[in-house]
Design a protein around this ligand. Sequence first.
Ligand SMILES: Nc1ncnc2c1ncn2[C@@H]1O[C@H](COP(=O)(O)OP(=O)(O)OP(=O)(O)O)[C@@H](O)[C@H]1O
Length: 461
Amino acid sequence: MPSVTVTVRFAPSPTGRIHIGNARAALFNALFALRLGGRFVLRFDDTDRERSREDLKLAIADDLAWLGIRPDLMLSQSDRTDLYDQAAERLKAAGRLYACYETPDELERRRRRQLARGLPPIYDRAALKLTEAEHAALAAEGRRPHWRFRLDGRSVAWTDLVRGEQIVDTASLSDPVLIREDGTYLYTLPSVVDDIALGISHVIRGEDHVTNTGVQIEIFEALGGPVPAFGHYNLISTVSGEALSKRLGSLSIGSLRAAGYEPMAVASLSVLIGSAEEIHAYRSLAELAGHVDLARVSMSTAKFDPHELDTLNARLVHGLAFEAVAERLADLGIPGASGIDPGAFWDAVRPNLVTVPEAAQWWRIVVEGPQMVPPSEGEAGAAPTPADTAFLAQARAMLPPEPWDETTWGTWTKALQAATGRKGRDLFLPLRRALTGVDHGPELKKLLPLIGWRRTSARLP
Ligand SMILES: Nc1ncnc2c1ncn2[C@@H]1O[C@H](COP(=O)(O)OP(=O)(O)OP(=O)(O)O)[C@@H](O)[C@H]1O
């Protein structure tokens, strides 16, 4: 038996930056191709000329690259109109595409009449009954037709990769408009024509397309193309259940990038939520691909919780070696001309970070001292009590001489404990507040050698 070459596609409209839901679509396809050695096509669905933008195509490709997705082929539907014209002519010749002249107002009036009579509000195919002479008269009036696909009106069935057996009864649907009055194509026909031309073997997309698939299968068959396999996964909503929209910019990949999240935390969460898989931040798409199974995707909406992203991101960041972040730290000005070992700094602060850019806050604390804006909520800020001030002055007097290392903090605080009788919180908290300005943070035994004698001494009264 000849083996089917796996070819999948992600087909966004370039009308906004992609969001976490679009990333789910792109990733399900890319991971499917990765697992089966297939090809991934990025196809811009830009038949709506008014709203599509060239710069957004570049931004989408860039966001995908950030997620680790590099398409094998990239194309735009606006460059392929000839193919759609040819397909439309074939459908017209076969009597499957017919001209209609109703205005939106007329259609709305008919729809209301049908509803009032308790009938389903589907297009009544009045245009199919127009005679040649009536067509000619309408054309003579200067009316331009839109074109509808004549559905078979049958049960279209497929075995969905996610949802199992699916049936769409096309008798319950209006014949879809494929071509607008101005001659431009709606999404439906170009999508099928391209899927055939590009040899798309599997169409993996959101469940918002299930009904559409019933219609498109009829078009695949009318054009004599092979019908691909389909998988419709559940959509992502915000945690409060709101739908996402590219045009509104909600949860965009661009904003998550700018906030400093790791691509693999974003990628892992966007495909693992709303499925039976355990949620875990994998370190590469190849690794993630082994843990994504369309058959285990759930049927209910997947809620995207930013706290969950923080948890996954923090886990990844805590495991990042200095070499993996050196360039990003350099972009944050670390180590600059400070003379501080950036590797030792990274080692000290990474267990306390949710994102890599948060390292900059600790850097400022190490180099410049307590900041006006503390790095996390609910911090001290209050001036030390007179007793604490006296204790801190004594601490300054007892600072061990340099060189300092990770044992210095222990030596210093033990000596202070013996001299003052302070222990635990009373001993450590005034020191931490004086040196960093906050109550929590990286281990002081690691921070102290980075801060160094001169800066430490200057922060004590
Ligand atoms: N919330 C979502 N969750 C998962 N997948 C989604 C979500 N929204 C869209 N998709 C998928 O993203 C792919 C690209 O779709 P499309 O470009 O139409 O995105 P969109 O966000 O719905 O667009 P727009 O907001 O511009 O109307 C489709 O496969 C679609 O099913």
